[in-house]
Design a protein around this ligand. Structure first.
Ligand code: NAD
Length: 485
């Protein structure tokens, strides 16, 4: 059977190239599709097509027209839900139950949310006294940034890709977007849906490929790209930032994390164990928001370690399409090796492996890059496994005594993305929320999102915020008009 072909989408046309690479299904280890890598020349053609679209009818479109387009895109995702689901599961190996409740619905929700936001977005108005005793009126106008380069990772492919495409289009921009080389499927389907929804040619361009020396670098280096929005590793962000400095172009970065959970003795024990198990193991630990450091107050420490390990052992690992599967594989053979290397390092650094730590039998049976959910204890705060992002289903559980100690431990990280606090003392929860150096705090929950709220990280975890009006601000050029009355 011939393999699925994932082509580029440039100027309203699907474009094949003669440089193809395999798209591997991580739950079987087998190639199921071929991806057409875009050359620097094709990225340049995409930039020209985008520019032409910006100068055409799209450049004069009204927010209401764009909102209607976004709603039609969301409807298109809903209509082709099963195709999106299959592409996402084949690309990532994540359980179909997860992709059908999180990734695909959030893809559609991102378009609906930004349609609604751009319909109701207002501006600022100030009445300003003038020296001659008269008055001036200042008001703002929102104009597109221009051609936006979008580069996204593989862990939540459709969710993170659409999180940037939707506001970029809502604000009237034209886009050149590159999904991760590991997960090109849903982005390619989205290109079809955007075309079916009636976006003019060149408004949305999709290019496939890798980072350095490939399509990613070509987007970032193109002087025809006016702003770059990126989600991925902090190191990649730093590289992109250096290149974006050429031309002083704005960047928005959502980067890595080494997130803490703070568990107090007065928490609702069962709810907290379930919550921390979810925050550690969801999507095989491959969510930027996942917990890798669990700090537990001493009176419940032993009991908590045992309960978390028990929750990990109960997770059913295997075929993403099988009913009841909780955990799929890691994204690739290379990434699994990276996580296995951290597992070996953890032992060298003095970890006690409470559960997990290896490859489950199902990996042999199915051929995929499966790994066991793993709980460590005994790692020192300054060990590499407590300081570096593993991006797998692993955590170290560490005891603390006082609130002050908990804050100091949580903040002892070069990252600052998210923290979950588990306590029934809400006053304490609020007090701590103010002190933790992160962009996102969850109190007695985790990964509960309202798309109008600011999303992003402190320290090495990011630059800027997206979500709600923060997205509209990044994807717009705000213009102030001053009128003397
Ligand atoms: P990555 O940085 O390796 O790659 C991300 C994307 O950037 C890919 O599309 C890749 O092809 C491209 N890329 C790589 N090098 C590039 C370069 N020099 N120029 C241009 N493009 C380049 O990240 P990944 O492994 O795909 O994703 C995992 C990372 O993403 C983790 O660190 C995770 O924490 C982070 N992440 C952060 C968030 C967030 O919202 N903060 C969300 C999801 C993932």
């Amino acid at each position: 059977m011939s393999k699925t072909q994932y082509r580029n989408f440039v100027g309203g046309q699907f474009v094949a190239t003669d440089r193809c690479f395999d798209d591997i299904n991580p739950s079987t280890g087998q190639a199921y599709a071929q991806v057409h890598e875009a050359s620097a020349e094709l990225v340049d053609q995409a930039a020209d097509a985008a520019h032409k679209a910006l100068k055409g009818e799209w450049g004069n479109s009204r927010p209401e027209q764009r909102a209607a387009l976004l709603d039609r895109i969301a409807d298109g995702i809903d209509r082709r839900f099963d195709e999106f689901l299959a592409a996402e599961v084949n690309d990532t190996g994540k359980p179909a139950a997860l992709a059908s409740s999180l990734d695909v619905p959030r893809g559609a929700a991102n378009f609906r949310a930004f349609a609604s936001m751009i319909r109701t977005a207002g501006g600022e108005v100030f009445e300003t006294p003038t020296p001659d005793g008269s008055i001036a009126l200042n008001y703002t106008m929102r104009r597109p940034l221009g051609t936006v380069g979008i580069i996204s990772p593989w862990n939540l492919p459709l969710l993170l890709f659409s999180w940037k495409v939707a506001p970029a289009l809502a604000c009237g921009n034209v886009v050149i977007a590159k999904p991760s080389e590991e997960t090109p499927g849903t982005a390619t389907l989205l290109a079809e849906v955007i075309a079916e929804a009636g976006a003019p040619d060149g408004v949305f361009n999709l290019v496939h490929g890798f980072g350095p020396g490939s399509a990613g670098e070509a987007i970032v280096k193109s002087s025809k790209v006016n702003g770059i929005t990126f989600t991925g590793e902090s190191g990649t962000g730093a590289t992109i930032m250096r290149q974006a400095a050429e031309g002083v172009r704005p960047v928005s970065f959502e980067l890595g994390g080494k997130n803490a959970a703070l568990v107090f003795a007065d928490c609702d024990f069962e709810e907290t164990v379930a919550g921390v198990a979810r925050s550690t193991f969801l999507n095989t630990g491959q969510v930027c928001l996942c917990t890798e450091r669990v700090y537990v107050q001493r009176p419940i420490y032993e009991k908590f370690v045992a309960a978390l390990a028990e929750a990990a052992r109960k997770l059913r690992i295997g075929d993403p399409w099988a009913q009841g599967t909780d955990m799929g594989p890691l994204i690739s053979k290379g990434h699994r090796q990276k996580v296995l290397d951290y597992m070996a390092l953890a032992k060298q650094e003095g970890a006690e492996v409470v559960t997990g730590g290896g490859i489950p039998a199902v990996a042999e049976e199915l051929g995929g890059w499966f790994i066991e959910p793993t709980v460590w204890t005994g790692l020192a705060q300054n060990s590499r496994c407590m300081q570096e992002e593993v991006f797998g289903p692993v955590c170290n559980v560490f005891p603390f005594d006082t609130e002050e100690e908990a804050v100091a431990l949580a903040n002892d990280s070069k990252y600052g993305l998210a923290c979950a606090i588990w306590t029934s003392n809400l006053k304490r929860g609020h007090r701590l929320a103010a002190q933790i150096e992160v962009g996102l705090v969850w109190l007695n929950t985790w990964f509960l999102r309202d798309l109008r709220t600011p999303f992003g990280g402190a320290k090495l975890s990011g630059l800027g915020r997206e979500g709600g009006h923060h997205s509209l601000d990044f994807y717009s050029e705000l213009k102030n008009v001053c009128v003397k009355l």
